[in-house]
Ligand binder design. Structure first.
Ligand SMILES: Cc1cc2nc3c(=O)[nH]c(=O)nc-3n(C[C@H](O)[C@H](O)[C@H](O)COP(=O)(O)OP(=O)(O)OC[C@H]3O[C@@H](n4cnc5c(N)ncnc54)[C@H](O)[C@@H]3O)c2cc1C
Ligand code: SF4
Length: 444
């Protein structure tokens, strides 16, 4: 007899294949031509468009929407890619509700923004589906750049440098490129292997040598890269995960949410993926939301997310939080874990309610328990393998201007660098801007 949502413990095969397929289908399906035309018609083509100002990559949004409206989606795609070479992924994963669409004048006036994200997807998909790479590489400059990390920051940096004629080598310990686009983003935001297809498309520029299975710290040193290349860009993200430091954290079935999500993203058959009947996710950011929602979609019976502060302090956007509860996840605010109980494996979590006094979070002394056969920790990631030569502040590589680090000819961007906001689109912007500066330095 197959398993179902009520099967005790941690089990595979809780839902039939067709239900899983439906559960993990595209969150925001692509527009057809008619839908895109109707959505584009709602744009006022504002002068000094607030949507463009709010976009971390400063895409000329009214221009690309006008190009869609006039039936030239390929030109629209080019407008987007000029600023954001991962515009296809960003169209799928950007929290537009807190960026361009939040400030769209139709949102402020009517509470319904122009659907900029979906229009961006319409444009970028049309060019990528035709397998057209709209850029050509400049003549070889003879200069070489090493890039550490093949995530959005590293890929954006690599593409811009390659376009300008430099020879780029990307190093990444994972077997495939993409970073969190491939291993982190929720499966229902990037379906049908889009992340991998986007990397293949991006590499069509040429001049980029991708070396997987090689990590800074294990296989390479910064000194080595500095001596072999004219410049180095670090885009290695935050590869470490924060510990709970709660008794019982080492029990079976207590794991890191990012590892669970990576496993899910790489699974070829979701029926084979094990999930608990009672899942508890600890945290309040995007990782916590994605772990909780995807646990539910895999067939967990009860999923509870527990966050130590209030909803207004959660890292996940209002849209993401609403998505979480709409899928049947329960969110408990103002509580922190004090113990994970269980005989070998986790079976129960004890939490203490919290309160804030003078900005400090403290326990109230009142506790409660939740049954759990699987626990995911999602309380943040941290820098790993940082070369000692680099200055680090607040857990990130210190950068100034367009990603300059404290070490000569070494730049950094994306999640590993100070100052960003841990979004895909910001990583792309920082990789691109660092490439522009590296190009200027290498050209003088
Ligand atoms: C679960 C989850 C869901 C998310 N969802 C969203 C979302 O919906 N929308 C959004 O905008 N953002 C989202 N984010 C954030 C977004 O994914 C990141 O901000 C973005 O990927 C950062 O890009 P990056 O290139 O800096 O780092 P990463 O994407 O982390 O890429 C870093 C790369 O460096 C490699 N690397 C690590 N260590 C080394 C080393 N020592 N040597 C060489 N290479 C190394 C890694 O293997 C990886 O390929 C999410 C993050 C997580 C964890
Ligand atoms: S703010 Fe809204 S209406 Fe104005 S240009 Fe941007 S998308 Fe169009």
């Amino acid at each position: 007899m197959p398993n179902d949502q009520m099967t005790p413990g941690v089990s595979a095969n809780r839902l039939p294949t067709e239900v899983l397929k439906q559960n993990f289908s595209d969150l925001h399906p692509a527009f057809n031509n008619h839908e895109a035309a109707v959505a584009a018609d709602r744009c006022y083509f504002c002068y000094d468009a607030p949507c463009t100002v709010a976009c971390p990559t400063t895409i000329d949004i009214p221009l690309f929407i006008r190009q869609i409206q006039t039936g030239t989606a390929d030109a629209a795609a080019r407008t987007i890619f000029d600023q954001n070479i991962l515009g296809g992924m960003c169209a799928r994963v950007c929290p537009t509700e807190t960026l361009c669409e939040q400030v769209c004048v139709r949102e402020t006036a009517e509470g319904k923004p122009v659907e900029i994200g979906r229009l961006q997807r319409f444009a970028t998909d049309s060019l990528m589906a035709a397998d057209i790479h709209p850029y050509q590489r400049a003549a070889e400059t003879g200069k070489t750049v090493a890039i550490v990390g093949a995530g959005p920051a590293g890929l954006a940096c690599a593409h811009r440098l390659a376009m300008k004629g430099h020879s780029v080598t990307i190093y990444d310990p994972r077997p495939v490129a993409g970073g969190l686009n491939e291993f982190g983003i929720a499966a229902y935001k990037t379906v049908d292997g889009f992340a991998a297809a986007e990397v293949d498309w991006l590499l069509q520029i040429g001049g980029i040598d991708l070396k997987c299975g090689q990590a800074l710290g294990d296989d390479l040193t910064l000194e080595q890269l500095q001596s072999e290349y004219d410049a180095v860009f670090l885009g290695m993200g935050l590869a470490g995960v924060n510990a709970l430091r709660t008794p019982g954290e080492d029990k079976d079935n207590v794991g890191d949410a990012v590892e669970f999500i990576a496993e899910l993203r790489q699974a070829s058959d979701l029926t084979k993926l094990e999930i608990g009947r009672q899942v508890v996710v600890i945290g309040g950011g995007m990782t916590a939301v994605d772990a909780a929602v995807q646990s539910k979609l895999l067939g967990a019976d009860n999923v509870t997310m527990v966050y130590r502060r209030g909803r207004e302090r959660m890292g996940a956007s209002g849209f993401e939080i609403d998505l979480t509860t709409s899928k049947g996840v329960r969110i408990i605010y103002h509580a922190m874990p004090v113990e994970i109980k269980g005989n070998g494996a986790a079976s129960e979590l004890v939490f203490e309610y919290t309160t804030e006094t003078g900005g400090k979070l403290i326990g109230t002394g009142e506790t409660f328990s939740i049954q759990a056969d699987q626990v995911f920790k999602a309380i943040g990631q941290n820098l790993r393998d940082t070369p000692v030569e680099l200055e680090v502040s607040n857990g990130k590589i210190t950068v100034t201007g367009n990603g300059k680090t404290s070490v000569a000819n070494v730049w950094a961007g994306g999640d590993c660098a100070s100052g960003g906001d841990d979004l895909t689109v910001t990583a792309v912007a920082e990789g691109r801007d660092a490439a522009e500066e590296i190009h200027i330095v290498l050209s003088t």
